[in-house]
Design a binder for this molecule. Structure first.
Ligand SMILES: Nc1ncnc2c1ncn2[C@@H]1O[C@H](COP(=O)(O)OP(=O)(O)OP(=O)(O)O)[C@@H](O)[C@H]1O
Ligand SMILES: Nc1nc2c(ncn2[C@@H]2O[C@H](COP(=O)(O)O)[C@@H](O)[C@H]2O)c(=O)[nH]1
Length: 401
C-alpha cells in the first residue's frame, strides 16, 4: 500500500496549530506536495464550492493560487490523493458517476509554464474522463478556404456530437455574426489582460487582430458531452500542438491559390486591403501547413461535398465505425456511494465505500490511473473504474472453504 497523502480533515486548526488560519471551513482535504500543503475545500457558507489554498511550510505563509480551468461545481466533500507528484486526484462525494473524478494539477508542464508566464503560484483543474474519450479536432487553413463552411455542415448533421469552441477576437463582427455564437467579440486591452491572466489555451495575432481560444471555450463543449471543434490559424494550431490538449489536427487546402482568392472576394466580407493582407498570409500558411508535419491530415477543398465526405471519413462518421458516441462517463454502471475513503496501490486507487447497505455487494472500487493522458487545459483521459464485488467474492471464498 502506498502512503495516503491527502484525506478528509475537519478543521485546519487541528492540522496546523500555527494561528495562521484558524477558521474551520469543513469538507477540506490537505495534500502535501514537497514543502507545500494544498488545502482544497468547501466554503462554510453552505454552498460547498471548491477553493484552493496553499500553506508553504518553508515560509510559514498561506497563499491563494491562480486557479485555471473550470473547477468542479458544488461538492459535499471529497477525498484527495497525490498522483505522480504533480497532480492531486479529487474524488467527489455524493456526485454523479461522470462528475466524480477531478484533478488539481500542481506541478505539471502546463502549470509550470503558466507559473513562469504569470510569475505567481498556479494550479489548474482538469476533469477526469474515460480511456477513450474522443479527442478535440483542430481545423486550420488559410482564410477563405472553407473551414467555417465545412464545420457548419458537420455541426448541422451531427448536432449532438460536435460543439464549436467559440473563440475570442478583437475584430469587428460581420453582418449576421452573433456575439457568443460565432465569436466572443472583445476589446484588445481586455483580451490582453485575460491572456496575461492565463485564461487562454492559445492566442495569436491574425491578419492584424487578436484571436484566441479560452480554456473555458473548450471546457464548455466537453462539459456538454460533445467533441470540441476548433477553427484556428496555423500559429494557434502550433500552440495547441505544444499544449497538453491532445487533438486531431486537420489542414484544409484550396485547389489553387487563384480559387482561394476567388472565394475570399466572393464572400464579400473583407475590404480590398484586408483581402490582400489575408492572401499574403495565406502563402506562408499554405507552405507551413503542407510541410511542417504539424497536421495529421491534409484535405483539399475543391468540390465541397467531396471534401466534406473525406472529412467525415477521417473522423469515422461515414458509418464504418461508431464514433458518434459522446458519453464520456467512464463509470457508467458504478454509483459511488456517499461516504468513501481512498488508498493507493501501485497505479491503482482503491475506493472503500464506508456506508454500503447490508446486502449490497459492491463496496470496493478500483480506479486505474496507470495510463493518464491529456490534462489541463483540457480533460484528463485514460481513467478506468470498476467495482470489485466483495460480497460475491466473500461468498465465493466461503464456498471454496
Ligand atoms: N468547396 C468550395 N467551393 C466553392 N466555394 C466554397 C467552397 N468551400 C467554401 N466555399 C465558399 O468560400 C467562402 C469562404 O468559406 P469560409 O468562410 O467557410 O472560409 P474560412 O476558411 O472559414 O475563412 P476564414 O478563415 O476567413 O474564416 C464562402 O463564401 C464559402 O461559401
Ligand atoms: N489562433 C487562432 N486563430 C483563430 C481563432 N479563431 C479564428 N481564428 C482564425 O482566424 C482567421 C480569421 O478568421 P475570421 O473569422 O476573421 O475570418 C481564420 O484563419 C481562423 O481560423 C483562435 O481562437 N485562435
Amino acid at each position: 500500500m502506498g502512503e495516503i497523502q491527502g484525506d478528509f480533515i475537519d478543521g485546519l486548526q487541528e492540522i496546523f496549530p500555527v494561528g495562521l488560519d484558524t477558521k474551520s471551513r469543513g469538507y477540506e482535504s490537505s495534500t502535501v506536495v514537497g514543502d507545500k500543503i494544498y488545502v482544497i475545500g468547501g466554503s462554510d457558507d453552505g454552498t460547498f464550492s471548491i477553493g484552493v489554498r496553499i500553506f508553504n511550510k518553508s515560509t510559514g505563509k498561506w497563499g491563494v493560487p491562480t486557479a485555471l480551468g473550470t473547477k468542479p461545481a458544488q461538492c459535499k466533500g471529497h477525498s484527495a490523493v497525490l498522483l505522480n507528484s504533480d497532480r492531486i486526484l479529487i474524488l467527489k462525494r455524493d456526485s454523479t458517476p461522470d462528475d466524480c473524478t477531478w484533478f488539481l494539477e500542481v506541478d505539471t508542464p502546463f502549470v509550470r509554464e503558466k507559473k513562469k508566464i504569470l510569475e505567481t503560484e498556479v494550479v489548474a483543474w482538469s476533469k477526469g474522463v474515460k480511456a477513450h474519450a474522443p479527442k478535440p479536432i483542430v481545423i486550420s487553413g488559410p482564410s477563405g478556404v472553407g473551414k467555417g463552411t465545412l464545420i457548419s455542415k458537420l455541426m448541422k448533421e451531427f448536432p449532438s456530437t460536435f460543439g464549436f469552441s467559440v473563440s475570442h477576437t478583437t475584430r469587428a463582427p460581420r453582418e449576421k455574426e452573433k456575439d457568443g455564437v460565432h465569436y466572443h467579440f472583445t476589446e484588445r486591452s481586455l483580451m490582453e489582460k485575460e491572456i496575461r491572466d492565463g485564461k487562454f489555451l492559445e492566442s495569436a495575432s491574425v491578419h492584424g487582430n487578436l484571436y484566441g481560444t479560452s480554456i473555458e471555450a473548450v471546457e464548455v463543449v466537453s462539459d456538454a458531452g460533445k467533441r470540441c471543434i476548433l477553427d484556428i490559424d496555423v500559429q494557434g494550431a502550433r500552440s495547441v500542438r505544444a499544449s497538453s490538449l491532445e487533438a486531431i489536427f486537420i489542414f484544409i487546402c484550396p485547389p489553387s491559390f487563384e480559387e482561394l482568392e476567388k472565394r475570399l472576394r466572393a464572400r464579400g466580407t473583407e475590404t480590398e486591403e484586408q483581402v490582400q493582407k489575408r492572401l499574403r498570409n495565406a502563402k506562408s500558411e499554405l507552405e507551413e501547413g503542407k510541410s511542417s508535419g504539424l497536421f495529421d491530415h491534409i484535405l483539399v477543398n475543391d468540390d465541397l461535398d467531396k471534401c466534406y465526405e473525406s472529412l467525415k471519413k477521417l473522423l469515422g462518421l461515414d458509418g464504418s465505425t461508431d464514433s458518434t458516441t459522446t458519453d464520456e462517463s467512464f463509470v457508467k454502471n458504478v454509483e459511488l456511494p456517499n461516504g468513501h475513503s481512498i488508498s493507493e496501490t501501485n497505479q491503482n486507487i482503491l475506493i472503500h465505500c464506508a456506508t454500503t447497505d447490508l446486502g449490497k455487494a459492491n463496496e470496493l472500487f478500483v480506479l486505474d490511473v496507470s495510463s493518464l493522458k491529456g490534462g489541463a487545459p483540457g480533460r484528463t483521459r485514460g481513467l478506468n473504474m470498476y467495482a470489485i464485488d466483495t460480497f460475491a467474492d466473500a461468498l465465493e471464498e466461503q464456498e471454496e472453504d
